[in-house]
Design a protein around this ligand. Structure first.
Ligand code: ARG
Length: 300
C-alpha cells in the first residue's frame, strides 16, 4: 500500500468513527458504511432498524395471496427481518426485470438490495433475488422533477407462476377523467407511520387530471406531463412512505396494466394533495430499450 493510500484510509476511518459516534451506532468498517448509504427510502429503513423502531397504503385493505402477483418488495440486503428490511415497492416487468422509482434506488449499490417476490406477507420470505444491475434513467434529478423511474436487473430469473407474474405496461399515455386505479404496497397506513407486514391495496382511486392537480391549492404547477395524479379531493385515501416504487394499475379488457409508479406527494392523504405517480406509458420505449440492451439505453 502506498503512503497516499494509507493516509486516505486513516482519514476515511476517522470520518467513519465520527459518523458512527454522531448517530450513536458502533464503529463500522468501510464496507458496512457504504452499505448504509443509499436512496432516502433505503436510509429510512436502515435508520428505523438502527433505532429499533417497529416498522410499517392509507385506507387500504389487506391483499390476499396471488391477488397482485407482480408486486415485489425492495429490501435492505443485510437486514434479515424482511419487515424491517423493506424500503420500497416494485413491479415485475419480466422474469429478470423490476420496474421501480428512481428515487428508491439512486445512490444505492446492487449488492445492498434484495428483491422479494411471491408473498403478500413480509414475515414469509417468498422468492428472493439479488440485484445484478440498477438502471436509473438519464436526466433523473429528483422525484418532484419527474423521470422517477428505474429498472433492476436480477441475477437469476424469477419463477413465474400463480403468485409471481409480470404485469404489462398500459398502452395509452392519457387517461379518461373517469379512470379508476388500484395502488398496492407495504407502506405506512398513516402519515408518519411505519410500513406494514401485510400487503395493502386501494382500489377505485380516481384519476385526477393534470389541470386539477396543478391548481394553486394542490401542486400549483409542479406536476409535469410525465406524472399522473390520483386520489380524492377530501384526502384520506392515498399511498404513503414505503409504497414508493410500487404499482399503480388500471383495469383494461385485457387485464390489469401498469399505469404508474408510486413517486411522491405532500404528506399522505391530505386534502387536495393527491398522490403523484410516474406516467409509465411515457417510458415504455425506454423500458423496452433497456431490457433489450441495458448498456445502450439512456441511463444515468
Ligand atoms: N416518497 C414516498 C415513499 O418513499 C411515497 C410517497 C407517496 N406519497 C403520497 N402521498 N402518495 O415511499
Amino acid at each position: 500500500m502506498s503512503r497516499g493510500q494509507r493516509s486516505w484510509r486513516r482519514a476515511g476511518w476517522s470520518l467513519l468513527v465520527a459518523a458512527a459516534l454522531s448517530c450513536g451506532a458502533t464503529a463500522q468498517s468501510i464496507d458496512e458504511k457504504a452499505a448504509m448509504n443509499g436512496s432516502e427510502d433505503y436510509q429510512r429503513a436502515v435508520e428505523a432498524w438502527l433505532r429499533g423502531l417497529e416498522p410499517k397504503v392509507i385506507g387500504g385493505k389487506p391483499a390476499t395471496a396471488g391477488q397482485f402477483p407482480w408486486q415485489v418488495s425492495l429490501d435492505v440486503s443485510w437486514i434479515s427481518d424482511l419487515y424491517r428490511a423493506h424500503f420500497c415497492g416494485g413491479s415485475i416487468y419480466a422474469d429478470e426485470w423490476i420496474v421501480t422509482a428512481a428515487h428508491c434506488v439512486v445512490g444505492t449499490r446492487p449488492q445492498d438490495i434484495v428483491v422479494t417476490a411471491g408473498t403478500t406477507d413480509l414475515t414469509t420470505a417468498g422468492v428472493r433475488r439479488n440485484v445484478k444491475e440498477i438502471v436509473v434513467i438519464k436526466g433523473y434529478v429528483g422525484a418532484r422533477k419527474g423521470k422517477d423511474i428505474a429498472l433492476l436487473r436480477l441475477f437469476e430469473k424469477l419463477p413465474l407462476g400463480p403468485q409471481i407474474q409480470a404485469i404489462p405496461l398500459v398502452e395509452a399515455e392519457g387517461f379518461e377523467d373517469a379512470t379508476r386505479f388500484t395502488v398496492t404496497g407495504w407502506g405506512a397506513t398513516s402519515q408518519g407511520g411505519r410500513p406494514v407486514r401485510q400487503l395493502q391495496f386501494l382500489e377505485n382511486l380516481p384519476h385526477v387530471p393534470l389541470l386539477q392537480c396543478n391548481r394553486p391549492l394542490s401542486y400549483d404547477g409542479a406536476i409535469k406531463p410525465d406524472m399522473v395524479c390520483a386520489g380524492f379531493a377530501q384526502g384520506g385515501v392515498d399511498s404513503c412512505q414505503g409504497d414508493s416504487g410500487g404499482p399503480l394499475t388500471v383495469h383494461t379488457e385485457q387485464g390489469e396494466r401498469l399505469a404508474g409508479i408510486v413517486s411522491w406527494g405532500e404528506g399522505c392523504g391530505q386534502p387536495l394533495k393527491y398522490g403523484v405517480y410516474t406516467r409509465v406509458a411515457k417510458y415504455a420505449d425506454w423500458i423496452r430499450a433497456c431490457v433489450a440492451s441495458s448498456l445502450t439505453c439512456e441511463r444515468r
